[in-house]
Write a protein that binds this ligand. Structure first.
Ligand SMILES: [Zn+2]
Length: 153
């Protein structure tokens, strides 16, 4: 079962503009890695990103993929996630969200706040606490129908 969709020009243009906006130099490898992540809906690991990227970007090494991921996470183009003791996983969704990790399958699902809700509406924040970003992991079970790309948009 593939978790990627074919490359298309809108993904390539999005990757190009994201890299430019982040102020990092656009290289063939960075664009290829970013396109892979943008086309992946399963929060892939670096190894999975390498495997998928190397299909269309011959000669790229795993070390280069790691460097690209580190650079892009460092400038906020992608999110680097740590679950349990497993390898880092990567998420291109920059809209504030949290993750649900399926205990049994290690699959990950993005969860957004309900429309109109703010973090302050959910958590009992002490006075003066200000939230700049969200990075939370809920654990449980994710039914198959929630993981199709169409459902997640
Ligand atoms: Zn995510």
């Amino acid at each position: 079962m593939s978790q990627t969709t074919p490359k298309n020009s809108s993904t390539q243009n999005l990757a190009k503009s994201l890299v430019r906006r982040a102020g990092v130099r656009m290289t063939r490898q960075r664009r290829a890695v970013l396109e892979t992540i943008l086309n992946s809906h399963d929060h892939p690991t670096a190894s999975q990103i390498y495997e998928r990227t190397s299909r269309g970007c011959q000669g790229i090494s795993l070390a280069t993929v790691y460097n690209c991921l580190e650079t892009m996470a460092g400038v906020g183009l992608i999110n680097q996630l740590h679950f349990n003791n497993g390898p880092s996983r990567y998420c291109p969704n920059l809209v504030p969200h949290v993750h649900v990790l399926d205990d049994a399958s290690n699959r990950v699902l993005d969860i957004h706040l309900k429309p109109g809700l703010r973090v302050e509406d959910i958590f009992d924040l002490p006075e003066g606490v200000q939230i700049r970003s969200m990075d939370a992991c809920l654990r449980g079970y994710i039914p198959e129908h929630c993981l199709s790309p169409e459902k997640k948009k």
